[in-house]
Design a protein around this ligand. Sequence first.
Ligand code: BES
Ligand code: ZN
Length: 476
Amino acid sequence: SFTVPETPEKPVNRPPSADSFDQFLDSLASRREHHREDLVEWLRIPSVSSDSGHVADVRRACEWVAQKFSRAGLAVQTLATEGHPMVVAKTPPVESGPVVLVYGHYDVQPAEPLEDWITGPFDPTERDGDLFARGATDDKGQVLTHIQSVCEWLSAGRSLPMQIKFLVEGEEEVGSENLERMLPDLAEELACDCVVISDSSQYADGQPAITYGLRGIATYELTVRGPSQDLHSGSFGGAVMNPAIALSKMLASMIDENGVIQIPGFYDRVVPLTDPQRKAWRELPQTDEAFAKTVGVERLFGEQGYTTDERRWARPTFDINGLTSGHQGEGVKTIIPALANAKFSFRLVPDQDPKELTEQLMAHLQAVAPIGINWKLEVDHGAPGMLAQIETPFAKAAELAIEAAFEAKPVLIREGGSIPIVTRFQEVLGCDCLLLGWGLSDDNAHSPNEKFRVEDYYRGIQASARLWNEIATQLS
Ligand code: BES
Ligand code: ZN
């Protein structure tokens, strides 16, 4: 439970004049160094949400953003959850103006493997115009663009043409389950016409985008147990089922050589791509060769019959995220391991249901599990895929704001990653959804040497400021 603080007096609902707005944009640009310093400060806090050793750091990152809001005069509350806290902040309400909710996350993924980082993950360092740190693009750098634009707007003594609310949480990277549970009770507090999220990417360098779809996700852990302890593979090999082999077979049974998932019923609810959609995506300017190069492979691979973008954005997939069994140390150790473990996940598309997938997966594993082992499937978390409306005044406003700030017309894309809470926003808050990614696909999110281009951070701040102005114009 929480208390709603008194809100400051109501400003007038009037978009500022063109001239003074340009001056405001110039003054924003002149404060770049401060904006950069803020980001560096936030990135120094290792807010790894999945790691219990970082609980205090996660809290510090939360306090950092709460303080940023309160210094600029927003009404701020820090809400406790069963896990990490979240921050809700609001500008004053504007009579008969729209309400926008900016959502983002201050938690980050683990930084390991540390030895692959050129400079420390929590020692933000700029090289060639990129700021390297865990969380630079996912999501501190991106959500901070909106925080900066709104804080500057208020600090300049300007009245905003609408109310802007912020929800910055600390559990996105672990599935947002506490927020999901609390959302119905927060519905009034977070009521809005549109939720704006910058936690995705531009289509390519120099090609900004508006994202109208994300994939869902379902994550699992499968543990296979065989003998009560590791065995000599000479004395016992051939007499018992090897848990690593059993696990390999179970995992291999999920997908065939054409990239088609083999779980019965898996594709039943998949909404097929439409021809106009496929045609529009084929006109996007990226080639497979360039894409293969950015990820460092000789050839791309995916489900036969689909292009790379179709596979990444609109087809469901299966991936093993972690695989452990047997001897990992130096040299040879001839054993039959007692234990094998895999963490794996599926990316889902509309209208697949993660709960239904769990049932299908259980039935499939029961059918394929070899004899002579015990296995246990743990369900971690799940979220459905999302699609957003394209023809809205908010999307039109975003198009204009992005074109002005990035000097290129944004293309319409979908993306393959997941933001677990987005479909809940649509359902519970009944709002439109605008995904404006300022990152790049080679930003190394979730990987070593994560980065965010400093220029895109500044452009994001400009685009955000312009967005509030354009929304007011579109809706007036
Ligand atoms: N920023 C990503 C979501 C994203 C990734 C959107 C790529 C568009 C393109 C987000 O922070 C994220 O990584 N989410 C997790 C959720 C999961 C841990 C439940 C994901 O997609 O793996
Ligand atoms: Zn992420």
